[in-house]
Design a protein around this ligand. Structure first.
Ligand SMILES: NC(=O)C1=CN([C@@H]2O[C@H](COP(=O)(O)OP(=O)(O)OC[C@H]3O[C@@H](n4cnc5c(N)ncnc54)[C@H](OP(=O)(O)O)[C@@H]3O)[C@@H](O)[C@H]2O)C=CC1
Ligand SMILES: O=C(O)CCC(=O)C(=O)O
Length: 488
């Protein structure tokens, strides 16, 4: 059982057993919509707990890699069915732990089910190719082998989808896994582990160790028994993980921040562009690496676009994501709440004009959680902090462009390159944007957020370590190619 003594304390999952940390310490997971509510307690683990998990994973991987891919896939199909059955419970834990609305949390959990099924099917797909040898009597082909024990370090903003889009391919290709979830969303991750446990995964194939990033996260990056690391989170942490992995020759994959632009051309469908800007920028309280952050608007339609945008934002209902009708929940944590407020202050100090929001909403219950109004700035220049750094909150900056060419130049004027959208009905502008935009995801007449699990996902420039996740791209990270030459 996950819970210790029937209380809401969640244990580490190591070697197929729920175990308390050797430190005996635990940490509360708080509901950001109501700071008084403890959703559950998770372990404050130390490095010996991680050692136990790595040892269990290494032992289990020996048998796991020998199973047929289809047999490994069968376990994922079972886990998918269990997660589907428990969808409401898992989504509720997610909303309570990190604040996104229940509707969004249910959508994400359903996506988790689909991710498991997609990778279950991978167990039966081809893994190599036959390459003609210059020796006519030889057979030369490639096959793929697992990497060994994979470390997974995940953030709190997609507590089901991100862990599963890393765990599922790692497992189906024959690796075992040690995951450290974000401290804010440990309870949700424990529920995913329960699904794998109920699916009957052999003990040790998947392990979860709670704990702080600086101890367990760093411990994963530096552990000699972990052969590969997949991380999503901030740039600052991602870079330290990459350096630690490189120093010891481990494979690593980093998915980090974004400063995603939306370009609104003079011939755009303005209603569509407004709706996509609101959804892409403010859904999940702006806490997506693909969230729209910079809105670059052609000067000819700047005023009508701005007017419609502000009208639409005024309709947003902020509140506890568990309540019907609430469109936007709180920031996920006190730290995130403080960060977003600091960026809003910085925007004002640096001379941007605060058009909308910027404060804690007025009304009953808002001071009980980490609520911030949707916020819009204008008169923003590219050198301002709010135009350069990832805010990860419900903040949009409006920038005016004299031409579509200038809009593209502004869109590219960032160190990030994750996602970018353009709204236009001009095919030339579309093609110019597809070609000229330096981003891993380029979207035409669609919001910057919104990832499909069967397609490669990742960024350019500082947004990623240049690898891709999801879809068939996952096989590139979670396996190594072996070239085989056979002669009788
Ligand atoms: N690309 C994305 O999807 C995300 C981007 N971010 C960006 O990062 C900012 C800060 O968010 P935050 O949650 O602090 O993101 P972090 O990068 O700190 O956290 C992501 C994960 O890394 C872990 N971690 C933290 N420090 C270390 C370390 N030294 N070594 C190894 N692992 C570590 C965290 O653990 P723990 O939870 O215990 O700290 C968590 O599991 C946000 O404002 C946003 O800009 C955040 C989340 C997702
Ligand atoms: O846009 C999405 O659905 C996923 C975004 C994402 O991966 C992230 O924010 O970390």
């Amino acid at each position: 059982m996950t819970a210790m003594n029937g209380s809401s304390t969640y244990l580490n999952y190591i070697g197929g057993t729920w175990v308390p940390s050797r430190t005996g310490e635990r940490e509360a997971s708080i509901n950001p919509a109501n700071k008084q509510e403890v959703v559950g307690y998770v372990q404050q683990s130390a490095l010996p707990d991680l050692d136990d998990a790595v040892q269990a994973a290494a032992e289990a991987q020996k048998g796991w890699k020998r199973l047929a891919g289809s047999a490994r896939g069968d376990y994922l199909y079972k886990a998918a069915a269990i997660l589907e059955r428990r969808l409401d419970e898992v989504a509720t834990a997610m909303t309570k732990e990190m604040g996104k609305t229940l509707q969004e949390a249910k959508g994400e959990t359903a996506r988790g089910v689909a991710i498991l099924r997609y990778y279950a099917g991978e167990g039966m797909r081809s893994v190599g190719e036959v390459i003609p040898s210059t020796d006519s009597e030889a057979l030369m082909f490639t096959t793929r082998v697992p990497l060994g024990v994979v470390g997974v370090i995940t953030p709190w903003n997609f507590p089901v989808a991100i862990p599963l889009w890393k765990i599922a391919p790692a497992l189906v290709y024959g690796n075992s896994v040690v995951i450290k979830p974000a401290s804010e969303t440990g309870v949700t991750c424990a529920k995913l582990m329960e699904c794998f446990e109920e699916a009957g995964l052999p003990p040790g194939v998947i392990n979860m160790v709670f704990g702080s990033g600086s101890v367990i996260g760093r411990g994963i990056a530096e552990h000699p028994g972990i052969h590969a690391l997949s991380f999503t989170g901030s740039n600052a942490v991602g870079k330290t993980i990459g350096q630690a992995a490189l120093a010891r020759g481990a494979k690593y994959q980093l998915e980090m921040g974004g400063k995603n632009p939306v370009v609104v051309a003079p011939d755009a469908d303005l209603d569509l562009a407004v709706e996509a800007t609101v959804s892409g920028g403010l859904r999940s309280t702006g806490q997506k690496c693909t969230a729209t952050s910079r809105v670059i608007i052609h000067q000819d339609i700047y005023e009508p676009f701005k007017e419609r945008l502000l009208q639409r934002i005024a309709q947003i209902k902020i509140g506890n994501g568990m309540q019907d009708g609430v469109w936007m929940g709180p920031c996920a944590s006190e730290r995130q709440f403080n960060t977003v407020q600091a960026y809003i202050r910085k925007g004002v100090e640096e001379g941007a004009r605060l058009l909308y929001g910027g404060s804690i909403p007025e009304g009953i219950g808002y001071t009980e959680g980490y609520f911030i109004e949707p916020t819009v700035f204008e008169n923003v220049t590219s050198d301002m902090t709010i135009a350069r750094e990832e805010i990860f909150g419900p903040v949009l900056v409006l920038m005016k462009a004299e031409s579509v060419e200038e809009a593209l130049r502004l869109a590219n004027d960032t160190e990030f390159g994750l996602s970018a959208s353009i709204f236009t009905s001009n095919i030339g502008a579309m093609l110019g944007f597809i070609q000229g935009m330096d981003a891993g995801l380029v979207r035409i007449n669609a919001e910057s957020a919104g990832v499909e699990l069967q397609a490669p996902f990742g960024g350019m420039k500082q947004s990623s370590s240049h690898s891709r996740e999801q879809g068939r791209a996952a096989i590139e990270f979670f396996t190594a190619i072996k070239t085989v030459f056979v002669k009788s």
